[in-house]
Design a protein around this ligand. Structure first.
Ligand SMILES: *Cc1c(COP(=O)(O)O)cnc(C)c1O
Length: 483
């Protein structure tokens, strides 16, 4: 057989127009639309031309490719019209998994976001007066209730202040990193902020306290040492340039051993005696009593307010269990200054966030904690998880697939209580002929992808973070492995 020249091979390829007249391709057009199919046909033909040009295809290869052309176009259409951002099943047992989107939203948050954004809304409009309104009123109302009621309930003194305003106000920006930037820039631009050397933290994804401080144009004044800082260290560092005392939550690590850190109430007493505001970057600010799920020592937003902290910053999508947001709660006069800063306009959030946050807060106001998925997962008992794991194991065990139940630990994640764990039952899975890494890759290739842990050569699934309605999908995927 004569060897075909590249020109001969190129001539074998149909034109896009010819392809679009083909009956099978017309059928794809009727489903997916002309534009997507034309694009896909161009891409597939360009790929073939590149292969011919690189001499990777001979006449037989071209004929083979042409016989599968419609299939290739169909796959290309599917690839280019499918979403890149898609749901996955989180079987890692890390409840607030930053790489997997942190807090899943409550159904009511999604409903409210859809209602408030599929048409117009009163985002910045006062329906009563017909005048322009402020977008933050929608959540400030609920924050006031959630943060003030607690103080009344507990019979505690109001937030101590040196001047008149005692009300707690809240504003919302894009994320907690933005909240810290806005607060530092508003309260300490050009002045000094005192921080303990034990709290100059880096939170994943390049949020470093010294860098944020520099961007805010505040001057970092480090005190103490990595392991020990006393209240007198802060006291000695205070001078006429001091604008703020800052406490930063050690979200992702612990310092143990020979350590000392002043209590937040001690810092608060010092700050107020010297008439300097105290700010706390809580990171994962909780409005929920974590002691009820056996996690102690993690201060909540109310604890900090009660201790006299003037401004607290925290994330919307960590322990709060809502949408991504940075929340600043505290003394009304300080919050009002932040609202007036032009950075606030640059960092503001849209109606989707306000709607999702408002619905999440409403669940708190109704004490309907089960409506918030992250809280529901935290409250799941070892027993409930064990029952579900047993059921999955029973339906998937086979000669090829070994599925065992083992004791293990789930973690909260998202920078909350870094050393706290919740007891759980894990499914340890192994499959004949597959390594643990291969097995976990096969689970990731499922639709939707299932993300598991690999530890000590075993694949571990924690159903705590798997929605009960997804157990069936996990069963199907595991059975599929053994086929
Ligand atoms: C998580 C965290 C941040 C960053 O919050 P984002 O909402 O991710 O921007 C900042 N400070 C602390 C202490 C944190 O834990």
């Amino acid at each position: 057989m004569p060897v075909s020249s590249k020109a001969d091979l190129y001539r074998k390829l149909p034109s896009v127009d010819e392809l679009l007249r083909n009956a099978e391709v017309t059928a794809i057009v009727s489903r997916e639309g002309q534009a997507a199919v034309t694009d896909a046909a161009r891409t597939v033909l360009a790929r073939l031309r590149a292969e011919i040009s690189a001499a990777r295809l001979d006449a037989t290869g071209v004929d083979l490719a042409l016989s599968g052309l419609t299939g290739a176009i169909e796959r290309q259409v599917r690839r280019s019209t499918s979403f890149s951002l898609r749901p996955v099943i989180n079987a890692t047992g890390v409840i607030l998994h930053t790489n997997l989107g942190r807090a899943p939203l409550a159904a009511s948050a999604l409903d409210h976001a859809r209602d408030a954004s599929s048409g117009y809304s009163n985002l910045e409009f006062d329906v009563e007066t017909g005048e322009r309104g402020k977008r933050d009123v929608h959540v400030d109302r609920l924050f006031r209730k959630l943060l003030d009621v607690a103080r009344v309930e507990a019979g505690l003194r109001p937030v101590p202040t040196q001047s008149a305003p005692t009300e707690t106000s809240t504003i919302v920006v894009n994320n907690n990193a933005a909240a810290v930037l806005l607060a530092l820039n508003t309260l300490a631009d050009g002045g000094e902020v005192i921080v303990s050397r034990g709290e100059l933290v880096e939170i994943g994804g390049s949020f470093r306290i010294p860098d944020v401080m520099a961007k805010s144009h505040a001057v970092l004044r480090e005190v103490g040492t990595t392991n020990r800082t006393r209240v007198t260290d802060y006291e000695r560092a205070i001078n006429e340039k001091t604008r703020l005392l800052l406490r930063v939550h050690r979200s992702n690590f612990e310092i143990t051993g020979f350590t000392e850190q002043p209590g937040i109430d001690e810092l608060s007493a010092l700050a107020h005696a010297r008439n300097i505001p105290l700010m706390e970057d809580l990171g994962s600010g909780s409005l929920f009593d974590l002691n009820s799920v056996g996690v102690s020592g993690e201060p909540g937003v109310r604890d900090s307010l009660q201790a006299g902290v003037d401004v607290i910053s925290y994330s919307g999508d960590k322990l709060l269990g809502g949408p991504q947001a940075g929340i600043l709660s505290g003394r009304s006069d300080l919050i009002a200054r932040m609202r007036a800063n032009s950075l606030f306009r640059a960092l503001r959030v849209d109606k989707l966030t306000y709607a999702a946050l408002e619905a999440t807060l409403l669940a708190y106001a109704k004490r309907d904690f089960d409506a918030i998925p992250a809280l529901r997962m935290m409250q799941l008992s070892e027993n409930e998880i064990g029952k579900r794991a047993e059921a999955v194991a029973g339906k998937t065990r086979s000669a090829k697939l070994l599925v065992e139940m083992v004791d293990g630990e789930s973690v909260i994640g998202g920078g909350a209580a870094p050393s706290a764990v919740l007891p759980t039952h894990l499914l340890a899975v192994s499959c004949q002929g597959l390594s643990a890494d291969e097995l976990s890759a096969r689970l990731r290739a499922a639709d939707p992808p299932i993300i598991a842990r690999v530890e000590e050569g075993r694949v571990l699934l924690d159903l705590r973070t798997v929605f009960a309605a997804q157990d069936e999908v996990v069963i199907v995927a595991l059975r599929h492995l053994a086929e």
